[in-house]
Design a protein around this ligand. Structure first.
Ligand code: NAD
Ligand code: ZN
Length: 402
């Protein structure tokens, strides 16, 4: 019992109320590495990370691998096996790597989550054991969520394998899964034990998964870092052409901005209403769901960012010239910034995409808070979005793209 701060009594002493206020702080720390060839037998990084607390024990690990990587690079399964076999004194891999389907469907519904929980139980993993998830944002979200539930959380090492997972999805503190046809309706805040970004994993990505992640870089650049935006404009064509050096710089700068936000915003677990890292996402999330996942997260967010940038211009937050720069650079980097779903109407003749705004408002607790760019590299929050202006923004974007 600590710190009695109040004792209230009603007349007649019938409703005495004693309040004990509990307050404590937990500080989180996890490293995010950028490397190459993480499973090369001579690369010590992963083993060092697993043993970074120097606990003097043989560590137990369960490895999940995104099937998208395995299809494109089948030898990775052997590479993982050989990596741990060579360090058997330090690490016990409790099973051969488990390959699970990647893509958004991985996080639709509970089936995948239950299987992972079951496996963790079957392998008798404890809270000090490691789940290593290698994959795109969807696999990381699903496996991370499942691992956060068993024993109230195992240690998770994420090895993100798409551009979007390396610069955004894989480096933060959240895990989400889709339910009730809503993006990330279910989820948990569960910071990882560590993150290892291996750029070589990106070599097998399909074009849309290479370019998709570029949208998250535009997101942070537009609201936080004008110099990074200039970098994106200058390198748009190289990025589209698959230039790895440019992509490595994009990922590193984007990831650092993202991590800085988590560290410095004062609200890493999103208790308040501001969601700067969700710029462009109210429409993006909705388009993903409306498209039945034809549009991946990055592609849908690209459209959402373009739309909100048009809206920002129409409401006087950015200039016409700035808007043109943004749309030109996004298009030049290979992002598709228009989708016909923006014009889709529901039974009542209302734009279906607007439901995304309603869902976002509901998620925030009734009061909308949408982040928009205020000139390039700075942000502002608005608590209302004008539906007529959104309609006009859609018309403007369509006109630009045609
Ligand atoms: N938790 C968070 O904070 C957070 C943040 C942003 C996004 N996300 C989530 O991340 C998901 C999107 O992640 P994504 O863009 O990585 O897409 P994804 O995970 O859906 O993967 C896209 C495709 O790439 C394949 N793939 C993965 N790695 C590959 C590789 N190296 N080579 C070949 N194919 C590979 C996958 O199998 C899949 O088919 C969304 O569900 C989004 O909501 C989560
Ligand atoms: Zn996103």
């Amino acid at each position: 019992m600590r710190n009695i701060i109040m004792k209230s009594e009603r007349k007649g002493n019938r409703f005495a109320c004693y309040i004990y206020k509990e307050r404590f702080a937990v500080s989180y720390e996890y490293p995010v590495f950028f490397t190459h060839a993480v499973f090369d037998k001579s690369n010590q990084l992963l083993a060092t990370v697993i043993d970074r607390k120097k606990e003097g024990r043989r560590h137990r690990v369960l490895v999940y691998l995104d099937k998208g990587i395995v299809d494109a690079r089948p030898r990775i399964v052997d590479e993982v096996n050989r990596y741990f076999a060579a360090r058997a004194g330090l690490v016990e891999m409790v099973r051969r790597p488990i390959v699970i389907p990647g893509g958004e469907h991985a996080k639709n519904g509970w089936e995948g989550v239950k299987k992972v929980m079951q496996m963790i139980g079957d392998c008798r993993m404890c809270r000090q054991s490691f789940v290593i998830a290698i994959g795109g944002g969807s696999v990381l979200d699903m496996v991370g969520f499942a691992a956060s539930l068993v024993h109230r959380g195992l240690r998770v090492i994420r090895i993100p394998s798409t551009v979007l997972a390396q610069n955004d999805a894989g480096i933060g503190v959240k895990n989400g899964m889709n339910e009730r046809r809503q993006k990330n309706f279910v989820g948990a805040f569960a910071p990882p034990f560590a993150v290892i970004n291996d750029f070589d994993l990106l070599r097998t990505l399909k074009v849309e998964d290479w370019t998709g992640g570029i949208s998250e870089a535009f997101k942070v650049a537009l609201i936080k870092d004008a110099a990074f935006f200039t970098f994106l404009c200058r390198n748009a064509r190289r990025l589209k052409a698959g230039n790895m050096k440019a992509m490595e710089e994009l990922i590193t700068r984007c990831a650092v901005l993202h991590l800085d936000h988590i560290r410095r915003s004062g609200d890493p677990f999103e208790m308040g209403s501001a969601r700067p890292l969700d710029f462009g996402h109210w429409a993006g999330h909705r388009l993903e769901m409306m498209s039945g996942n034809r549009l991946g997260h990055g592609q849908a967010v690209a459209v959402g960012i373009a739309l909100d940038s048009c809206y920002a211009m129409l409401t006087g937050l950015i200039s016409k010239a700035e808007l043109k720069k943004i749309l030109d650079a996004m298009a030049a980097s290979g992002l598709k910034i228009w989708d016909q779903l923006l014009e889709k109407k529901d039974r009542n003749g209302r734009l279906s995409v607007l439901e995304g705004l309603a869902q976002f408002r509901e998620h925030l607790g009734g009061r909308l808070c949408v982040t928009l760019p205020k000139s390039i590299g700075r942000k502002c929050e608005v608590n209302e979005m004008d539906e007529d202006a959104i309609l006009e923004a859609i018309g403007l974007l369509k006109h630009y793209c045609s």
